[in-house]
Design a protein around this ligand. Structure first.
Ligand SMILES: [Zn+2]
Length: 134
C-alpha cells in the first residue's frame, strides 16, 4: 500500500479508513487535524488532548470541482484531470472535513447526501483520505 501523504491524520486498517482527530478530555471538543498542547475552546482550560478515530460517515455540506491544478507543492497529473472536492459534516462530531471525492463528479453529489471515508492515491503516489459512495 502507498505511504500516507500526511502521517498521523488518518489510518488504514484492513482497508478501513479512519481520520484521526484529537478530543479534549475535559470538554470533549473534537479537533481535526489533530492538535497538541491545549484545548482551543475559550471556555476550557484542558490540556489533555487524546487521539481519537472520527466518524467514517457524514453528509455533504458543500462540494465543487477543481478544474485547475492546485499550486506546488501539489503534484498534478499530466494531463491534469479535474477532481471533485467535498466538505463533509461528520455524523457524530459535527465538524466539516474537506476531501477529494473518489469516483463521483459534482453531477452525482448534492448537499445532505451521505458519503463514507475511503482512501486513494494522489497523482504522485502518496495515499490520502477521500470521500466516496457508502
Ligand atoms: Zn476542552
Amino acid at each position: 500500500m502507498a505511504a500516507p501523504a500526511i502521517d498521523g491524520w488518518f489510518t488504514v486498517d484492513n482497508d478501513i479508513v479512519h481520520l484521526i482527530g484529537t478530543r479534549c478530555a475535559d470538554c470533549r471538543t473534537v479537533y481535526f487535524p489533530p492538535l497538541t498542547g491545549f484545548c482551543r475552546n475559550p471556555h476550557c482550560s484542558g490540556e489533555d488532548l487524546a487521539p481519537d478515530r472520527l466518524s467514517r460517515r457524514g453528509t455533504v455540506w458543500s462540494y465543487t470541482n477543481a478544474c485547475y491544478p492546485p499550486p506546488a507543492p501539489f503534484v498534478a497529473a499530466e494531463p491534469y484531470t479535474p477532481v471533485t472536492l467535498a466538505a463533509v459534516e461528520l455524523a457524530e462530531e459535527g465538524i466539516v472535513v474537506l476531501g477529494q471525492v473518489k469516483d463521483l463528479t459534482v453531477d452525482d453529489l448534492h448537499v445532505g447526501m451521505e458519503l463514507e471515508l475511503t482512501a486513494g492515491p494522489l497523482a504522485d503516489g502518496p495515499l490520502v483520505w477521500m470521500w466516496g459512495r457508502p
